[in-house]
Design a protein around this ligand. Structure first.
Ligand code: SF4
Length: 374
């Protein structure tokens, strides 16, 4: 089993909290798509297992005109055997969605859509410089559902500037009412280099308190669980049968090939990183050469990553897997460090499996840091 990730590093404008690599300079889009397919041809032998998931993310992939999306999909079919694809996701922004666009995506074989909604409150959307309104998001959800793509996810953010607990509750209720199958919800984070970071430094916005964020997370979990969602990863909720296969594969350390500027890949042992620079990327591919740098992970770096991602999931961290991958000394050390959290009710131990309790989720960063090797 393996996946392919395609990165589209273009956005019409920048959301104030975003530190992803993206640019509004869309003039290079066509050349970029040719470079993507060139990279696919050069790296096609890197994946040795059958490809079961395909994910076009960004940036904003829906800024691409349909002809370029079709060129990517058709080009990938020429390079890879995609006959075993079970999940083919594209990320979209609400302001790009029209019935025509979505129907065409479906005809290209896309069977899952992930849409960045972030909030259903126009003041909150305006405060973070999103390009769409709440009404546009609702209409986009309906257009996607009407197209026959039932497998749809939306992203929400809590802890937004000036956002109250009441407002967040209404956001969650609105999301539930739209009958989407998957919801990803993140607490707003202040990243260096973003406009949001600068605004906080200047005293123009105030960060939500830890107490408020915990209350928002608690509300989120309880409302979504009541509505029949499984809380299968700290930030991810799915109706039964609708977990994200592509992201679950990341969390299971399944190999994937990432194509495009700023994309990274994992072959089961090492990671490869493409530069976050469209010009450099296009230039290299026009000379028929790949442009990634390889990072050989030390065993303890792989251990730490595995502890972190597995513990974030509801399936949890199996200490026999740690023993198998890193030796019994690593699993014994892990259990020794986990013991105080188990005693405090922050971690559950069932047989060989450790999972975060609801209280543990609130302190997950601290717990995971403590369980790391070094
Ligand atoms: S649309 Fe997404 S990728 Fe683009 S700036 Fe906003 S959050 Fe970042």
């Amino acid at each position: 089993m393996a996946g392919i990730y395609i990165h589209i590093p273009y956005c019409k404008s920048k959301c104030i909290y975003c530190d992803f690599y993206s640019t509004p300079q869309v003039a290079t889009m066509e050349q970029y798509v040719h470079s993507l397919l060139c990279e696919a041809r050069l790296r096609k032998t890197e994946l040795s297992s059958p490809i079961t998931t395909l994910y076009i993310g960004g940036g904003t992939p829906s800024v691409l005109p349909l002809e370029l999306v079709a060129e990517i999909v058709n080009g990938l079919h020429e390079v890879f055997d995609l006959s075993l694809i079970e999940e083919f996701t594209i990320e979209v922004n609400p302001d790009d969605v029209s019935p025509h666009y979505i129907t065409a995506l479906r005809q290209l074989g896309i069977n899952r859509v992930s849409m960045g909604v972030q909030s259903f409150n126009d003041n909150e959307l305006h405060a973070i410089n999103r390009r769409h309104t709440s009404q546009q998001a609702i209409e986009a959800v309906r257009a996607i559902q009407d197209s026959g793509i039932g497998n749809m996810s939306i992203d929400l953010i809590y802890g937004l500037p000036e956002q109250s607990l009441d407002s967040w509750q209404r956001n969650v209720e609105q999301a539930i009412g739209l009958d989407v199958r998957h919801i990803s919800a993140y607490c707003l984070s202040y990243e260096p280099g973003t406009r949001l970071w600068v605004m906080r430094e200047q005293g123009k916005v105030q960060e939500a308190s830890d107490e408020l964020c915990v209350a928002m997370h608690t509300t989120l979990v309880s409302k979504l669980e009541q509505a029949g969602f499984e809380h299968y990863e700290i930030s991810n909720f799915a109706k039964p049968g609708y977990r994200s296969q592509h992201n679950s594969n990341y969390w299971n350390f399944t190999p994937y090939l990432g194509l495009g500027a700023a994309a990274h890949s994992f072959d089961g042992t090492n990671r490869r990183f493409n530069p976050s620079n469209i010009k450099e990327y296009i230039k290299a591919l026009s000379e028929n050469r790949t442009v990634f740098t390889m990072e050989e992970l030390e065993w303890w770096e792989r251990h730490d990553e595995e502890v972190m991602v597995r513990l974030r999931t509801s399936d949890g961290l199996d200490t026999t897997v740690i023993a198998k991958h890193y030796g019994s000394n690593a699993s014994d050390t892990l259990l020794r460090k986990a013991r105080p959290f188990i005693n405090q009710g922050l971690l559950n131990q069932k047989g060989t499996i450790l999972t975060l309790t609801p209280q543990g989720v609130m302190m997950s960063d601290h717990i995971i840091r403590t369980l790391m090797w070094d």
